[in-house]
Design a protein around this ligand. Structure first.
Ligand code: CA
Length: 220
């Protein structure tokens, strides 16, 4: 379960967002002013923060500045009641990862949070394999596995989309890039190499699974 810290002072909105995020499987903690929000952000274990711009005690940009100054790098989505571009630019320059202008649809907030969380997940694990997305390194049972750049990108693309079926064309476009004059067979060859390096039984993969006629799926 991903833990979201909500720093927002409008009671109605706190209720709506909390309910909406719970319904999507997030855990939500909320604070209703700047100082208590900052304390919770500095002290707690949160995967992401939803931060209102206008708050009693200390505004959202100040909270964000102090958070980043303290070395906290969790993703922050800022909410602003005003649609003035200046505020958004200031928020993003101040280290916010994204912003939403009020009023917004709950589905939009959820979608933005999911993208932010996927982007900033540092380490992905399956079986005895761990993928450090920041260092771009892969270990198996604690030992570094040497992957080519394409093998690594292919692996990363799949593990960041757990449970999703990803087609060969999509992999070609996103890992090799449009215009690369290679065939989908290249994807299969790299997948074979990845399985040999990361699966216990390469011919009967447990994690990097073929979905017949469709592509591949990472099954954590
Ligand atoms: Ca407010």
């Amino acid at each position: 379960m991903k833990r979201i810290l909500l720093i927002e002072d409008e009671p109605g909105l706190v209720l709506t967002i909390t309910d909406g995020l719970w319904a999507e499987g997030f855990t939500v903690t909320s604070c209703e002013d700047g100082p208590s929000g900052l304390a919770a952000a500095l002290g707690g274990e949160n995967d992401a923060i939803v931060l209102d711009g206008m708050l009693p005690g200390m505004d959202g940009l100040q909270v964000l500045a102090k958070l980043r100054a303290a070395g906290k790098r969790m993703p922050v989505l800022m909410l602003t009641a005003r649609s003035q571009t200046a505020d958004k630019v200031a928020g993003l320059r101040g280290g916010a990862d994204d912003y939403l202008t009020k009023p917004f649809a709950m589905a939009e907030l959820v979608a933005r949070l999911e993208v932010m969380l996927r982007r900033t997940t540092q380490e992905l694990q399956f079986g005895d394999v761990s993928v450090d997305v920041v260092a771009a390194s892969v270990k198996r049972a604690g030992t570094t596995v040497t992957l080519s750049a394409k093998e690594y990108q292919l692996l990363k693309y799949l593990v960041e989309r757990p449970g999703e079926v990803v087609g060969r064309e999509e992999l070609l476009a996103n890992v090799w890039g449009y215009g690369a004059s290679i065939s989908t067979r290249t994807v299969d060859v790299h997948m074979t190499w990845l399985r040999q390096k990361l699966e216990t039984h390469a011919s009967e993969p447990r994690f990097l699974v073929t979905v017949r006629g469709m592509g591949y799926r990472f099954t954590p």
